[in-house]
Write a protein that binds this ligand. Structure first.
Ligand code: SAM
Length: 201
């Protein structure tokens, strides 16, 4: 996927500056918190792409996961995060484009990132292949995908989908461990999201 870094960065920075961040719930979402709480190996290398204010990274870091990387194309939420969590290593705050990032992670977390870019086949395929590239041999992609209609409107975020649509992309590089209607969503998202754990093929 070709991303114009400065254009994308400006778009998202403007949304943060104008406080138009409907996606930002202000705390770690329950499904991700409960997933993290059952992880036993705190040394794993975790990437949170399109992390925004990254309440998940804050929670992980304060709970002993020190190998967490926060990625965003906009510097604004990264700066806010650095202020909020001053002990978090600056070298683990990545101001970069997900689609060209290089690295090797054990776990990548999805939350309202997939739904944020234009839902063309090209973009969705690029997301899945890039996720796969960024994961190591036994790597996992874990997170939440909106279970809301994908309309033809290419302007209106968040862009939705359903299990079948998502699997048509994810199946190319991942095996499903679980991908089900989320039972512990936050109230505002109840019934509107899927929780998935995918293992890299
Ligand atoms: C809808 S917001 C979601 C933020 C966060 N995941 C949350 O749940 O609050 C999408 C985020 O992805 C970032 N983003 C968009 N395109 C990106 C890209 N190509 N690489 C890295 N970050 C990107 C935006 O700056 C924004 O912070």
């Amino acid at each position: 996927m070709k991303v114009n870094l400065s254009q994308e960065s400006s778009y998202w920075t403007q949304r943060y500056n104008e406080n138009r961040m409907g996606w930002d719930i202000g705390y770690i979402s329950t499904p991700l918190k409960e997933y993290f709480d059952q992880l036993t190996d705190k040394s794993i290398k975790i990437l949170i792409p399109g992390a925004g204010n990254a309440y998940e990274a804050e929670y992980l870091f304060l709970n002993g996961f020190k190998n967490v990387f926060v990625l965003d194309i906009s510097k604004t939420p990264l700066d806010a995060f650095a202020k909020r969590v001053p002990n978090f290593p600056k070298s683990q705050l990545l101001h970069d484009n997900f689609f060209t990032l290089k690295g090797n992670y054990d776990l990548i977390i999805e939350q309202t990132f997939f739904c944020s870019f234009v839902p063309t086949k090209e973009n969705r395929s690029a997301y899945v292949s890039q996720m796969s590239k960024l994961l190591g041999k036994h790597g996992k992609l874990v997170g939440l995908w909106f279970d809301i209609p994908l309309t033809g409107d290419m302007e209106k975020r968040p862009f939705g989908g359903d299990k079948t649509i998502y699997l048509s992309f994810l199946d190319k590089h991942f095996s499903v461990i679980t991908f089900e209607k989320c039972y512990n969503s936050i109230p505002e998202r109840q019934g509107n999201e899927l929780f998935g754990i995918f293992k890299k093929n």
